[in-house]
Design a protein around this ligand. Structure first.
Ligand code: NAP
Length: 281
């Protein structure tokens, strides 16, 4: 039976460290404050927002929601972000994505102050990751996957790690983080041929397709370590990862569950970056 790499213990460790840092900041009269910019009332955004606020309350971060109409003009959104950039009380800014279609994300990415960019939208912060500088803000999901690998002492140096995803929010930055740890990284995507042959030879496989239970026994062996970033609904409407957990957990060496794996660490990473932004102010 595989070792189940649960995310909650990783998240708790990050939260404990955060609480100490927040206590320290409060001694100096500073309260880490996250500005959440939400456009419209998409249920997914509202549920994510509630979970962020709950987590903020839990560790002592102030969260302020800036709700605007989904029809907001680009200029109005720029004005709001520029106000938050200047506001001394605001440590970090999170703009929910995807943005409505009429707003060019490229413009917004460049408006948010790189010093308050806790969700790593700004090209400058992404550039730092690609240059191998991991001390600033990082995209939260790949960083969460890295924190899980670190917490469970999974060796990466010289290991073959396959990432099945090439998006800018997951696969590409994750590949850079893995390279920084001296892993040998292969990125796969929808045009990759014989995917199972590549994943089968890897020491660690990170899957992030967004297709429930796509990966079965064919893709892995008994030494495989599977990090599942995918989140989607299966045929019964149940939250599922890309890996078929029921089939794989008796067979592989280690695996993250969904829910309860990478996703449960992501918000803690976001909040730790709010604390970092406040420390740097
Ligand atoms: P995305 O942009 O749609 O990327 C999906 C990737 O999977 C693409 O690189 C795509 O290849 C590849 N792919 C699709 N079908 C494939 C196939 N049959 N074989 C091999 N590769 C295939 O999605 P994303 O935004 O990166 O998110 C990916 C997943 O992660 C989603 O389930 C999302 O919900 C989840 N996610 C989770 C968290 C979390 O905190 N846990 C956060 C963000 C995202 P191409 O590039 O060739 O199209």
């Amino acid at each position: 039976m595989a070792e189940i790499l649960k995310g909650n213990v990783v998240a708790n460790q990050i939260k404990e460290k955060m609480k100490q840092d927040i206590e320290e900041l409060k001694k100096h009269g500073k309260t880490p404050t996250l500005a959440i910019v939400r456009l419209g009332d998409n249920p997914g955004d509202i549920s994510y927002e509630k979970s962020i606020i709950k987590n903020c309350d839990n560790v002592g971060i102030k969260a302020v929601v800036y709700e605007r109409n989904v029809d907001i003009k680009t200029e109005e959104l720029i004005e709001l972000i520029e106000e938050l950039n200047k506001d001394d009380e605001t440590s970090g800014i999170l703009v929910f994505r995807p943005l409505p279609k009429h707003i060019d994300e490229e413009i917004i990415r460049n408006v948010i102050s790189p010093e308050k960019d806790v969700d790593c939208m700004h090209p400058l912060n992404l550039e730092r990751i690609f240059e191998g500088d991991m001390d600033g803000f990082a995209p939260c999901t790949p960083k969460a996957a890295m924190e899980i690998l670190k917490y469970y002492d999974i060796p990466l140096e010289g290991k073959n790690v396959v990432v099945v995803n090439r998006s800018m929010v997951v696969g590409k930055p994750l590949a850079m983080m893995l390279l920084k740890e001296n892993a040998t990284v292969t990125i796969c995507h929808s045009r990759t041929q014989n995917l199972h042959e590549i994943t089968n030879k890897a020491d660690v496989v990170v899957v992030a397709l967004g297709k429930a239970k796509f990966f079965d026994e064919k893709y892995f062996n008994e030494d495989s370590i599977v990090i599942d970033v995918g989140v989607s609904l299966d045929e019964n409407g149940k939250l599922s990862g890309d890996a078929d957990f029921e089939k794989l957990s008796p067979m592989v060496d280690k695996i993250t569950p969904v829910p309860g794996g990478v996703g449960s660490v992501t918000t803690s990473i976001l909040l730790s970056q709010v604390v970092l932004a406040c420390q740097n102010m």
